[in-house]
Design a protein around this ligand. Sequence first.
Ligand code: HDD
Length: 704
Amino acid sequence: MARKPAKFTNATIHDQKLSCGHGGELHQTAEDGDTVLTTAQGGPVSDDQNSLRVGPRGPLVVDDFHFREKIFHFDHERIPERVVHARGYGAHGFFETYESLAAYTKADLFQRARERTPAFVRFSTVAGNRGSSDLARDVRGFAVKLYTQEGNWDIVGNNIPVFFIQDAIKFPDMVHAVKQEPDRGFPQAQSAHDNFWDFISLTPESMHMIMWVMSDRAIPRSFRFMEGFGVHTFRMINAKGESTFVKFHWKPKLGLQSVVWNEAVKINGADPDYHRRDLWNAIKSGNFPEWELCLQLFNQEFADNFDFDVLDPTKIIPEEVLPPKPVGRLVLDRMPDNFFAETEQVAFMTQNVPPGIDFSNDPLLQGRNFSYLDTQLKRLGSTNFTHLPINAPKCPFHHFQQDGHMAMRNPVGRVNYQPNSWGEGPRESPVKGFTHFPAEEQGQKARLRSESFADHYSQARQFYISQTPPEQRHIAAALTFELSKVETSVIRERLVSHLMNIDKSLATAVAQNLGLRSMPGPASAALPTRQDLDPSPSLSIVERGPKRFEGRKLGILITDGVDSNLLKGLKDAIVAEKGDVELIAPTVGGVTASDGEFVAANHMIGGGPSVLFDAIAILPSMEAAEHLANDAAARDFVSDAFQHCKFIGYTQAALPLLQAVGIGERIDEGVIQLAGEHGLSAFVSQLGRLRLWERELSLKGEKA
Ligand code: HDD
């Protein structure tokens, strides 16, 4: 009789019966009808707890093929991590068009309105190793694989629309400089060290990117609340062969949001997987994150007249100058079944484009088009990495590539070349096939950088002056923190000399905070900084805040005797705002509410610090008030939330706790008493502001 195939499911393990083994261990042995554990070769296993040995206390024997196979496979479980973007998290979904874009591109996925294309997206941090924490100050990768009917299209972008360098040949230096220093092997997932700032201070082209990386964009609250950018200028080619330049933007439906640095540092300790957990929870609970694809489309004339070179990846085209056109939506609605098989093995490559999408001469993009294929061979170990389900196209494909390590499918039959006389096999198609845009190119072969790439400060300044005051303060504070970790004073000074070219008040603030003895002069620059670029409000997170609490989380601190009506009212109000609630109690075992009902908790106070929430409410009973005021974790809970400018709802019984941490005398419009129906609705209506930034100044004793 045929054996039932072994299946690896949780159910399999839980369904098996527990029985006592010879040594007293618990064995999960199969009974009739249960799935039997097998080796990788399919051989049934009788005992998976004890290796084969001579007598109960004797040596192991080499006959034990099951032991050898199991340990052999385990020893080889790891593959090399990505040299950059090693830590990442992915999800499946789809991209849906709003309208036909046939006027711009012949790419099949854009021909019809409401067309859906399956997608896989991987978000990542750049510098840290695979096991580093989510809230590092870093660029976030935003890589999208679209499984189109004309092959896979990868938009391998970041959450920042510019890059550190203008030529791919500088990439190894830039990455070496930011990663851990080679002699000591640290710091991990941090740019706050000498090598990074040495390289940056000697690389003026990185200044625009530095403004973004020192801004709150580099510490996003969640993958769901950040933008994505294709960075480079690409081309769209229509059926007539006409080219339109294009820049790709992904805009989160829930709006942009970041955390503050002190919060990021604490989140890394409290929950290093904060971003992973957030995406997992959102998708598992049916709140599918969504982004709009927006295009900046422009022709050669626009490119010729624009202030900067559109081939320079350290420049943006401000949205106020060229508004991005929404053309579709990306929805993530399914987590991978297996992290390794999908998220770890997914291979993105900038050179994966369908007919109708093409490259520009951006030298960074051209260099990337070489690097990504090469890296996949190293990482995945075989040219056949496209045979892995996550990397395989979902459209029909036919080619004559064969053999190699791990070949899982080869051409069937006699024909494995073309042209052939057998009338079989695929044929090239000048009509349907990819044709490169026939751009006219000429010039001397030389190692060159275009003079049109020479302005390194004007857009850095534009970014800085487009930020709101709290965001500007955060940039100054981030620069100060990072440079304070640089041990070589000349590097600190050199960086401040670049800031002098960007904004003198920023340079002065950083110099003062660092305690520089004297102010350095401005760094020498190929071109003077343009002072006439208008601020671009679209560059500010705060200006474009969502003004609603949807997708955010309220942490409610409760104790035994919590007012059950108030708790229910608050929870209902947050759910009505499409927000989430988690309950924090003295023990994770939960509490008994005022109506005698048991209320389960999500965290104990020390395990659920307020950095994990967007706002907090404190609802102790009168009996618990004094005890809570003396509880160190409860004090941190509320004082951190206050320092991080969060909205705080409280009841009368929470006053001793507020007083214990010095908030009692500093109650501001963000600390709201939940008395009566009005108090509750006043609190909930304020939550859409997300943070009370005005508090930041009063905390420093300054006026707004
Ligand atoms: Fe890159 C990975 C984004 C410049 C070479 N890059 C990688 C990933 C993202 C980006 C999101 C992770 C993909 C994933 O999730 O698997 N990279 C960018 C952006 C850049 C950029 C937006 C500039 C605009 N990258 C860049 C350059 C080079 C590389 C200039 C090399 C010349 N990048 C790589 C790589 C990686 C990679 C070494 C490592 C792992 C991988 O490719 O699959 O080939």
